[in-house]
Design a protein around this ligand. Structure first.
Ligand code: ATP
Ligand code: MG
Length: 249
């Protein structure tokens, strides 16, 4: 039991959820390492949603609202930390939910699917018995994607994505919205909109932005997206990281 008054309570609770998901077979061991890297960057941005992150969340919401076929691609970490938020965001957008695992095994796909269903998801794509599609430019199991989902999507939300896949999705002409606490990762630098925030804050914030923007006209949404520069936003996040030692984040 983690005492509630522990100064690192929130962070330790998330860590406990990750370990628990690993023990249940939802997460690969490398998922715990990826979480540790995320934790380090979260520490440096003050473990809160920064101003640039909020701007990216607004732009990401605009991109997802403009989509004809929006898809939310989820992995073990996102499921372990934020399954309920994935389901709520998918409902708010009318988006599909697809499982995409870096270290894909049939058992892990089944367990991630069960966790998403337990969180309220009605349909989950990317499962074992589905006809497979391919993301061009990738090889092996990592190229796998759902024909109805990522393959035919115009906008994809891919929290905690691998750099190769993010690059390939952009090369395939998709608008890629990602959530990645590391502003220097390949995923962060190649995506269309990168939200440098913890997935446990980014997804509820995205839902809030979607609710606020959902009555905007197409032109207003396009305007929000055009005013957004991913490179500039990443620079702003890096500035916050570099000011961390002064406590002035
Ligand atoms: P890339 O392949 O994009 O260059 P990478 O190889 O450094 O990235 P991956 O293992 O592919 O990293 O993905 C993990 C990424 O997810 C890391 O950048 C990490 O900071 C980020 N991350 C981990 N946990 C979270 C979280 N809870 N919220 C947001 N981002 C997270
Ligand atoms: Mg990455």
């Amino acid at each position: 039991m983690i005492p509630k008054d522990h100064p690192r309570y929130e962070s330790l609770m998330l860590r406990a959820r990750i370990v628990d998901a690993y023990k249940k077979g939802i997460l690969a061991d490398s998922g715990m390492i990826a979480h540790g890297r995320g934790e380090a960057f979260d520490y440096l941005i003050g473990e809160k949603t920064t101003e640039p992150a909020r701007k990216a969340e607004r732009a990401g919401a605009a991109a997802l609202l403009l989509a004809e076929n929006p898809v939310i691609s989820v992995n073990g970490n996102t499921t372990a930390l934020a399954a309920e938020w994935v389901v709520k965001l998918a409902e708010a957008l009318g988006a599909k939910v697809e499982i995409n695992l870096f270290y894909r095994t049939a058992s892990r796909v089944e367990k991630v699917g069960e966790a998403l269903k337990a969180a309220g998801a009605k349909v989950v794509l990317g499962v074992e018995n589905e006809e497979k599609g391919i993301i061009e430019g990738l090889e092996g199991p990592r190229a796998r994607a759902s024909l109805e989902g990522v393959c035919s999507a115009d906008v994809v939300l891919v929290p905690l994505e691998d750099g190769d896949r993010a690059e390939a999705l952009v090369a395939n002409g998709k608008t890629v919205v990602t959530v990645d606490l590391n502003p220097l990762s390949r995923t962060a630098t190649t995506s269309t909109v990168t939200i440098v925030d913890n997935v446990v804050r980014a997804l509820p914030n995205l839902i809030q932005e979607v609710m606020e923007l959902k009555n905007c006209s197409e032109n207003e949404l396009k305007g929000i997206l055009e005013d957004f520069s991913n490179d500039k936003n990443l620079e702003e996040s890096l500035e916050i990281v570099s000011r961390a030692y002064t406590g002035d984040v």
